[in-house]
Write a protein that binds this ligand. Structure first.
Ligand code: SF4
Ligand code: ZN
Length: 396
């Protein structure tokens, strides 16, 4: 018969990848619902991050960039992807891993082992700076002294400054952190629930580079900080780490209070379950709200100076870390936490007792409730559990 061949007609592929059409889809993208094969998922995941970096002009050629590395899934994927994109697109960045050792036995010591393995796997140099070396107190010491309340306030203030100090030691221009879209949407929700507009403004910025302290007492530094995962969904980071078989550490901090942020997280996950764009929608709402905050005169930033004790940038005589340390060292750990008037009274009493003549200006030493680090409620088991509930080969 003319035109007839011996070749059997190929069966149409069941569940082809929406992009390449030539391979079976093995996953459904949480962000878009697209059914993709593994390679196409890697491609869209990496390309979106590259586009975020380029669209927001995060780096200049030749920048020395520290990657804030905790050994968790976000920063491990960040280190891997930053290296990959730096090579693929010739960003010309000099990458370094920067880890903070808070001194939390049974948590950070184990996660730092993961970072050391990542250093060897990705061939990126690593610097670890510890609270004990910088402040004379580890988080274990602090929790022994103050208990499990407000520990994250100390930890958050110290970490922010420790990252800057590490960055100065490394002579870097820029620090990137693994905050993902879910973290940012949670923070937007928390700041809206607290009515904290200055923090709302800050948490939605992809890059921060101001040298000032805002009215809520947030200290900032001259070193740029950015979040290349601002629009990257946590579930996709977990999927990426899983399919790439990346080596990461997944345990919750033993001192994690898991209170307010935990509720915001559960609420966000419920919203995401009914509408997958909820995360990005909340980020966009936060951006729109912060744009109007920026236009508001009342949020103008105070004049900046340097901490008279340690030299860190501060609008007060003492920076917040020095204030917290003073409290710890004087056996008054509440100093720097809680209401301003109460703090002022405690501080004056402490100064009287120690013979200091001029009490420190404490106008910005308000409670720093959101200094707590993102609470890692998703453990390794739960991470994988997330994947198991995702539609895969058999259910797409
Ligand atoms: Fe520090 Fe985070 Fe642990 Fe709180 S939960 S003590 S901020 S590492
Ligand atoms: Zn200081």
């Amino acid at each position: 018969m003319p035109g007839a061949t011996d070749t059997k007609p190929t069966k149409p592929l069941k569940n082809p990848c929406n992009l390449c059409q030539s391979v079976r889809a093995i996953l459904k993208r949480p962000k878009t619902g697209q059914q993709l094969c593994k390679e196409c998922f890697f491609h869209v995941f990496e390309t979106e991050i590259h586009n975020t970096i380029v669209d927001n002009k995060l780096f200049n050629k030749g920048d020395r960039v520290a990657i804030g590395a905790s050994g968790g899934k976000d920063s491990t994927v960040l280190a891997y992807v930053m290296k990959l994109l730096n090579d693929r697109y010739s960003y010309g960045l000099d990458l370094i891993l920067l880890s903070i050792d808070e001194g939390i036995t049974g948590y950070r010591d184990d996660s730092l082992e993961t970072v050391k393995r990542n250093r060897d796997q990705y061939q990126i140099p690593l610097l670890i700076v510890s609270y004990k070396d910088l402040y004379g107190w580890s988080m274990d010491d602090i929790v022994k002294e103050i208990g499990r309340k407000n520990n994250c306030t100390f930890c958050g203030v110290f970490r922010r400054q420790a990252l800057d100090r590490g960055a100065i030691m490394l002579n870097v221009d820029h620090i990137v952190t693994g905050h993902n879209a879910d973290d940012i949407a949670e923070t937007v929700l928390m700041n809206i629930l607290r009515g904290d507009l200055p923090r709302l403004q800050r948490c939605t910025s992809i890059i921060t580079n101001d040298t000032s302290e805002d009215s809520s007492g947030i200290e900032t530094s001259k070193i740029l900080r950015s979040k290349p995962f601002k629009y990257t969904y946590e579930k996709e980071i977990v999927m990426y780490a899983y399919f790439k078989k990346l080596d990461y550490f997944s345990t919750e901090c033993i001192y994690s209070p898991n209170a307010y942020r935990g509720h915001a997280r559960v609420f966000l996950k419920d919203l995401e379950a009914v509408r997958r764009t909820a995360i990005v929608d909340i980020i966009h709402s936060g951006e729109a709200l912060s744009a109007s905050v920026q236009a508001n005169e009342s949020t103008k930033l105070p004049t900046m100076a340097n901490c008279t004790r340690c030299g860190y940038i501060s609008s007060n005589e003492l920076c917040k870390a020095c204030l917290l340390l003073e409290g710890l060292n004087k056996g008054l750990p509440q100093l720097g936490i809680g209401h301003t008037t109460k703090i002022r009274r405690m501080h004056e009493a402490a100064n009287l007792a120690s013979g200091l003549s001029s009490p420190v200006s404490l106008s910005s030493a308000v409670a720093d409730g959101s200094a707590e680090e993102k609470v890692k409620v998703v453990t390794h088991i739960k991470d994988l559990g997330q994947l198991e509930t995702m539609p895969t080969l058999d259910s797409v």
